[in-house]
Unconditional design. Structure first.
Length: 470
């Protein structure tokens, strides 16, 4: 069932981590790993949603001890949770407190005896109490994030190659249908991958090609017991509504099983994404990264869909409306369009800005070495070649030789003549208020974005974003 996957991906010199809930899917994985003779450890999370969950955690720990398998347990104690809608309201308002308490003793139940546990099992000592901060969405999403964080922590601390999870083909079809209902883009309709990543965590899902029915039959043939978590059928949770109601109802109304078609749709979406990713590789190699951010010339890209895919690669926090707007502006070669706080489009170029300090509104006299906003300016009697223009400014290094005089650094906010000059010379708006100008007391004005600098050889000025290297 998983031998070909293990042969392909397993490093025999490293252990892996099994995410074990005790349900049929992860229990099947447990026995498959044992059959393969693979070195692994177990991670279990007790969500505390059911009275018997502490018993189950104790049973799994006892089983791991008998099998001589390292066992990691985390208990999520939703202290403020109550039944019904109040649970969701409390969570969405951020009032859930989550803690860890492993010090209690629990009594075994008949299902515990199926695993051969003792009547009384001591759990590991208490860990720290923590709060669920910064997690958005519903209770399912929050729990998923906490699980992945726990797995990631364990993999880093113990050098596990990956965490193995029991998602199967039915989970795949439910995920795809959910994304269809949410109106996801075509590439995001893809199914879960056999190998994926969450930040630095490697996730293996070797059962994605196996149906739930096949897993249950495999367990039944071997008379392997598992826990039946009734919350998986609790339709206050979306996954349960999909599994117990929506998918069966759609299959019944359609007259045949819809899971196969959904899986095929997911595979087509996966192939489409891989194809677009390959098309993006040579284009993304042309990204010009500088201290201000990223710039990419997309004038040679004519596909609206590919433009959207490229934009997603560089800026992932856009709404669908913003994404379509950016692609439209790029295709139309529109000038000086701001899409979001950090995303700009100008004449077929895409700019993704980093956050950086703004230029001061008050002019400052030019000195031998001075900082003006994010720019470090240095004056030298050594004459250097001019290096001006907005492209050099984007790279964060400007050099200009000036005639004699006293100069002041300032921004251009109140200078209508300069704004007109820059517009005529097609200087991107995104740079106009991020690069200082130099004005002398004799009336000489030196802007650095068009490359049209005054003639002089008295001294050189170097402007660099950030500090000078020693």
């Amino acid at each position: 069932m998983i031998s070909s996957f293990i042969k392909k991906y397993l490093d025999p010199n490293r252990s892996v981590l099994l995410g074990l809930s005790g349900g049929p899917d992860s229990t099947a994985l447990l026995h498959l790993l044992l059959e393969q003779g693979i070195k692994f450890s177990i991670a279990h999370i007790d969500h505390g949603w059911r009275a018997e969950s502490a018993v189950e955690a104790a049973v799994l720990q006892s089983l791991a001890e008998k099998l001589n398998i390292p066992f990691h347990l985390r208990k999520l104690n939703l202290e403020t949770a109550i039944q019904g809608d109040k649970v969701m309201q409390d969570f969405e308002s951020g009032s859930f407190a989550m803690g860890v308490d492993h010090s209690q003793k629990v009594k075994a139940t008949p299902i515990a005896n199926d695993y051969g546990s003792k009547d009384c099992v001591n759990l590991s000592p208490s860990i720290a109490v923590f709060r669920l901060n910064g997690v958005e969405g519903n209770l399912e999403a929050a729990s998923r994030v906490e699980r992945l964080k726990f797995f990631s922590q364990l993999c880093q601390e113990n050098n596990y190659q990956a965490v193995i999870l029991g998602h199967h083909a039915d989970d795949q079809s439910e995920t795809i249908l959910k994304r269809v209902f949410e109106g996801a883009s075509l590439t995001n309709l893809r199914s879960m991958d056999f190998v994926s990543h969450y930040e630095n965590l490697v996730i293996w899902r070797p059962l994605l090609h196996i149906s739930k029915k096949a897993i249950l039959e495999w367990l039944q043939e071997r008379r392997i017991k598992f826990f039946d978590d009734y919350t998986n059928r609790d339709q206050q949770f979306l996954r349960a509504r999909m599994r117990e109601g929506i998918v069966p109802q759609l299959s019944h109304a359609f007259g045949k099983e819809i899971s196969g078609g959904l899986l095929q749709l997911g595979e087509e979406a996966r192939e489409l994404k891989l194809h677009l990713d390959e098309l993006c590789i040579p284009i993304l190699q042309k990204v010009e990264a500088g201290p201000m951010g990223l710039m990419l010339d997309l004038n040679d890209c004519s596909s609206h869909y590919l433009l959207k895919h490229l934009i997603r690669q560089l800026s992932q926090d856009l709404s669908r409306e913003q994404l379509n707007l950016a692609a439209d502006f790029l295709a139309d070669k529109a000038s000086n369009k701001q899409i979001s706080e950090h995303l700009y489009v100008d004449r077929g170029r895409l700019f993704v800005l980093k956050s950086q300090p703004l230029l001061p509104e008050t002019a400052v006299k030019l000195q031998d070495e001075i900082r003006f906003g994010p720019w470090k300016i240095k004056v030298s009697k050594d004459i250097v070649p001019n290096a001006c223009g907005w492209v050099n400014a984007w790279k964060g290094l400007l050099q200009v030789t000036l005639p004699e005089g006293d100069y002041f650094l300032s921004s251009c906010k109140q200078n209508a003549a300069l704004r007109k000059l820059w517009s005529n010379n097609k200087v991107p708006t995104v740079l106009r208020e991020r690069v200082p100008i130099l004005k002398s007391d004799s009336g000489v004005c030196c802007e650095l974005l068009t490359g049209k600098t005054p003639v002089g050889n008295a001294f050189s000025v170097t402007l660099r974003l950030g500090s000078f290297q020693k």
